[in-house]
Design a protein around this ligand. Structure first.
Ligand SMILES: [Zn+2]
Length: 357
């Protein structure tokens, strides 16, 4: 008997060291309440969310991705038992929808619950974020582990292929001619930065054999100097060939406060391919350009709303921020931005991996 106790203690000590303080605090294990997986939209972003309700406070989880044939995500909840989810066969407590194709819950080793979700697509480490939300007595919500997966990973590759076609890449340098766009304190003009970067993007794309259409390739108005804003922007949209693949509008940001900084990319709300394009270019702009990342956002900008093809609008940085103004006017920095944009485009077309250029 003494012998057994000793082993038990040893095991307990071993478990403590593995699971850490979370397990040490409470003796009773957490209990799984439910698992839901659904599409959601929050803060200008859409994603696929896995919501795991847990009775208990100290939630410790490990997420494992299997990118090979099975394309699954396995979530291990330490110090948690499956509870009613397994007792009732999980029918009422488990809900999931496409693109999840299967969801299983079982008890792992000891007091551990495992949840495995199968997808048709590979999910990588960069495609999801996990966080825990505290229980809310008033709303009768338990502690929740939320795992948010970017929905662009679930886009059908055939659908993208279809949209890509063999069409041209339309590059739209913002402003031009009578319209300088924003002007920085050192005199750097948005229209010049946009054109310089756009021409470098064109050259890189043509080097790799892509057909490119420029809405303007010199310092000019696309419609006319007298045109209204709407006419000018429509003239740019009209330059898009019917079978074009994508539309990319290049701009610089401006704000009254000179400390405002960073880059951001935009898509038209509801355009999943536009969002994918905006996201991939955003990642590369961060990687190559190094400015603060203000994110991937949806907006009603004219050229995005009226584009018949997947479109994005890029704000490369603030000309009203003295440091960024200097960078934006720098030829080498413009070259980096152009490479970032082309790498994003190549990723969109499935030609390269992240950062590969
Ligand atoms: Zn602009």
């Amino acid at each position: 008997m003494r012998h057994l106790t000793k082993i038990f203690l040893l095991l307990t000590a071993l478990l403590m060291s593995v699971v850490g303080s979370a397990a040490a605090k409470s003796t009773a294990p957490n209990e799984l309440e439910y698992v839901k997986a659904y599409d959601t939209y929050e803060g200008g972003r859409s994603f696929f969310r896995i919501e795991i309700g847990i009775k208990g406070e100290d939630v410790e989880s490990e997420i494992e991705l299997d990118a090979s044939i099975s394309k699954t995500m396995t979530i291990a909840l330490n110090n948690t038992i499956p509870g009613k989810v397994s007792r009732h066969g999980g029918l009422s407590a488990v809900e999931y929808a496409e693109p999840a194709t299967a969801l299983n819950v079982w008890q792992g080793n000891g007091e551990q619950t495992k949840i495995k979700i199968e997808f048709g697509k590979t999910i990588d480490d960069r495609s999801y974020r996990a966080h825990v939300e505290k229980a809310n007595q008033g709303l009768k919500l338990p502690t929740r582990l939320m795992i948010d997966i970017d929905d662009y990973v679930f886009l059908d590759e055939e659908e993208i292929e279809l949209e890509v076609g063999s069409g041209a890449i339309v590059i739209d340098p913002g402003h031009g001619g009578s319209d300088s766009g924003a002007v920085g304190s050192a005199g750097v003009r948005e229209k010049d930065v946009a054109l310089a970067v756009a021409l470098k993007v064109r050259d890189l794309l043509e080097e790799q054999g892509d057909p490119v259409v420029m809405t303007r390739s010199t310092d000019r108005d696309v419609h006319s100097a007298q045109a209204s804003n709407g006419q000018e922007l429509q003239a740019r949209v009209n330059k898009t060939p019917l079978d074009a693949a994508i539309f990319i509008s290049i701009h610089c940001n401006a704000f009254s406060n000179p400390s405002s900084n960073g880059m951001e990319t935009y898509f038209y709300n509801g355009s999943s391919l536009g969002r994918r394009l905006a996201k991939l270019i955003n990642e590369e702009l961060e990687r190559y350009g190094g400015l603060f990342n203000r994110g991937v956002k949806s907006a009603n900008f004219y050229v995005l709303k009226h584009s018949a093809v997947p479109a994005t609008l890029l704000e490369l940085g603030f000309v009203t921020n003295p440091e960024e103004e200097q960078l934006l006017a720098d030829d080498e920095y413009q070259e980096k931005l152009a490479r970032a944009i082309v790498t994003g485009i190549n990723r969109y077309f499935g030609r390269v991996m992240a950062g590969g250029m």
